[in-house]
Design a protein. Structure first.
Length: 106
């Protein structure tokens, strides 16, 4: 048989420890967010390159930085996506075509 008093004390001690830890975390988050980065006025407007994540000008129409590596990678990924889309369309047509032909009585 379990001693309920000891169990109750252990649960209470764990709950107190958890509450103390949570309050420390809340204080730490408040401290960080009240610093210089909490106000969006301090941050410059910018965008990020889709490939490497480097900061680019917000006035830039491109989604990439001017690095040739990023441009090449983006074009390669675009080509792979187009090819994959084409194969998916072909697969769907191949799977549906017998049903359509059966429905039409051919």
């Amino acid at each position: 048989m379990v001693n309920t008093k000891n169990l109750r004390d252990a649960v209470k001690k764990s709950a107190d420890k958890l509450a103390k830890s949570a309050s420390k975390n809340v204080d730490a988050v408040k401290k960080v967010t009240s610093g210089k980065y909490s106000n969006s006025k301090n941050l410059k407007d910018h965008k990020h390159c889709r490939e490497c994540g480097k900061m680019i000008s917000p006035s830039s129409d491109s989604l990439l930085c001017k690095s040739q590596v990023c441009i090449d990678k983006f074009e390669k990924d675009l080509k792979v996506k187009k090819q994959l889309r084409l194969w998916m369309i072909i697969l769907v047509i191949v799977l549906i075509l017998p049903n359509i032909l059966t429905f039409l009585g051919v």
